[in-house]
Design a protein around this ligand. Sequence first.
Ligand code: NDP
Length: 482
Amino acid sequence: MNTQDRLNFVNGAFAPAKDGAWLDDLAPATGQVIARIPRSTKADVDAAVAAAKTALPAWAKTPVAERAALLDRVADLLEARLDEIAEVESRDTGKPLALAMSLDIPRAISNFRFFADLVRTKTDDASMMADALNYTHRSPVGVCALVTPWNLPLYLLSWKTAPALAMGNTLVAKPSELTPLTASLLAEILNEAGCPPGVFNLVHGLGAEAGDALVSHPDVALVSFTGGTATGAKVAAAAAPQFKKLSLELGGKNPSLVFADCDFEKTVPGVTRSAFLNQGQICLCGSRILVERSIHDRFVDALLEELKAWKVGDPSDPATKIGAGISAAHRDKVEGYFNLALEEGGTIRCGGTRPPLPPPLRDGFFLEPTVITGLPATCRTATEEIFGPVVTVHPFDTEDEALQMANGTKYGLAASVWTSDLTRAHRVSQALESGMVWVNTWLHRDLRVPFGGVKASGVGREGGRNSLEFFSEAKNICVKLD
Ligand code: NDP
């Protein structure tokens, strides 16, 4: 076996695909192959689901304290290997190492600790009647399918794995084939932490093969999917006839609303970060910036100035703020939008090109951060999800116009509002068609709050209690009191 091969993890053992097929895993910063993963088929998925089904009764009966203790051990083991795991995540995704060190892996650790604490301290609802007591009993849903994307691989997998295990479910995870490495490290760590065989299973492979076989499997009772809207529609269509429990966290085209009364000095770096963090490849990134006309030109100038500090290049360099995009195909897609923006009458104010980098980075999938002005807010460039280091900036005259522009896409995941007027902040936030709104901040995450989108950005909510509720079935028990 090649030392760079990563394996599936099924029933407590690492194994290649049953038919021996492999996929190459590339480093986005160099375009070079760094590992091979199993190209799993339905047979591999069937084995993983069968293992999860067999492990379910014992895990469901395992006391909550023991399940929580497992999650804490996983957090400790991740923390002990933080540097190594961050390096792997950066190599596999192309994101700056500093970002993986400060955001991705610390968040994965907190996800395990947070859900351990939450499940230990959770209480159940009770409702008294004059002659009866109702209480809510929560049991595991069953075998869960967790399907995750390439932009925040371990962060999002841990966000689903921790509550699923905490509530007594067993699971099969299918990470993106573009970023499989930290999922394999998580399997190792769960194994080392004493997770019983079959409770956590990992199947690598392509979405249309392993992913589809998993979400369609009759013994899978729940699907938690994070990914693009078009894929989400396929997953929903596969899950619906079997009435699986379903959560879909999908794409976004999130507005940042900048009012003339904002704290300008804080707003410019805040909005820049929201647009370009992780190469703009976070579903929550603010990719359409709506600015009150009286400060529009000054804001664009300040944004362009701010971006001079956003160095593009070697992800391992601590000074790098923008690493590589995920793949050549994705870079082609983003570059297609540069051409479209010009056709639609826009002006590319900075970026719109590949940066000149020395080998081996010359073969990586880098793009300069790109700012486009002069486009109508209704055009394709301004309303379709690009998911790269690209923003469009649009002036508005009134609050109503800003809201109309903000709500004028099919998406509704997140938004940010930048103003010093507290009344306006509440009024605008409540009128936005969006699952989440940040005021004078962005990606300021409290793990207790609901997370999810409206319209084409998804169905259902995870986060805090919502995750514990999603990963369990509520039963009302009514006891007559004589
Ligand atoms: P995709 O939708 O392409 O893929 C997501 C996952 O689904 C991958 O593991 C993929 O596997 C798998 N998949 C693909 N086809 C199927 C199928 N038919 N059945 C089951 N699984 C399938 O998304 P990306 O990986 O390209 O991620 C980017 C998208 O994710 C963006 O649109 C972004 O907005 C969204 N996203 C949403 C978030 C949210 O919380 N709302 C958070 C992060 C990202 P494979 O990659 O192997 O094909």
